[in-house]
Write a protein of this length. Sequence first.
Length: 417
Amino acid sequence: MFLSVLLLSFGLHDNAFAVQKIEFWTMSLKPKFIPYFQELVKNYETQHPGIKLEWVDFPWDILQLKLITAIAAGTPPALVNLSVPWAEEMARDGLLEPVDALLAAPGATNDYTDAALADLRFNGKVYGFPHYSNVNVIAYNRKILAAAGIFQAPRSMDELLTQAVMISLKTGKPGYAPALGKIDGFFMQQGLDLMRDGKAVFNSPAHVTLVKKLAATYKAGGFLKDKLFAEDNFPAVVDAYLGGRLGVMVSAPTAIKRIQTDAPEIYAQTGIFPVPPGPTGINDGGWMFHFAIPKGVKKKDIPEVAAFARYLTSDTNQLAFASMAGVMPTTKQALANSYFKKILPNAGASEQALAVAANSMNSARSLYVSGIDDYDELRRFLVKAVEAGVTGRRDIQEALDEAVAIWNRKLQGVKLP
């Protein structure tokens, strides 16, 4: 009898001090963020003696394979850092847990932005805890815009294109450098679908009209032509703006810091406008990362995993991470912090950019096409068609019709030549 009671007391003692391990994976955050995560882990474990955290960081190009392998083996991490397209694909395949009921502590309301939650809502359920994103702003050269008689922010893409032409006509310099190598995102931000009911539809009258506007701007000298249709034209855009050869530069706020460092004289005459939202109200430049709970995490462990996920993505921690990483947080309180919103009378373009970006974040969405194998190959056909039309080498309608036909053959499983 005494032995049974003794063994029972030891069992209760072990349970009272049982430790739950929470393994969380991030993507390409070492070595820069080692001190940040070490401090975060230390603070959380101190506040929660029954939790043991293990941080694992993988390069972005192997994380997805590692995760799928771990899920298949029944040994997934408790949390994993994902982009929105990866989350959509994995949620569609049943590899993530919905977290709608876990986004806020019991009795509280969550503080994530509407746009961040919308990014992670697939088939009516939310599949992650938003962490950070970004949004574009317009950096403009005051001297160049003044010479063109422009003193107001563009209110639409049409106005931005008109201003680009005005800059060219008045100054001989290009006004704008859109990323036409990513024309798919450009279309979507302007409320134009690439696909509908499983078929490509980017040869509609509305698509043709937009490409005609781009072609007219190109012909009038409104665009910087360096790498205009490259997959990444940003290095060319930055170089042109730093050299005083470009009227406006559309970028995330972090790029403004580079102007301040590399070209202080250009920085001194740089102002900031918001990028006009598209017809759908979506702001340009969003690309969100978050923490998801993979399938296979034990149900009994999920409440503590969710509590840690809320801590990871809390206002305080998002603000700290965003200020270190040069990104934007995805909680309303963090975005309302004076770090973003307090603009001193002598504030430079960098501080102005943060404030403008913070005001745009509730409408910043990750725009992408999901569910298509070999999408990059298809996008190249779209870019080539738009390039041919914009530069005047082909009729715009014919070029888009041909690209749509190629897409639809591929989508129907027909091998491309």
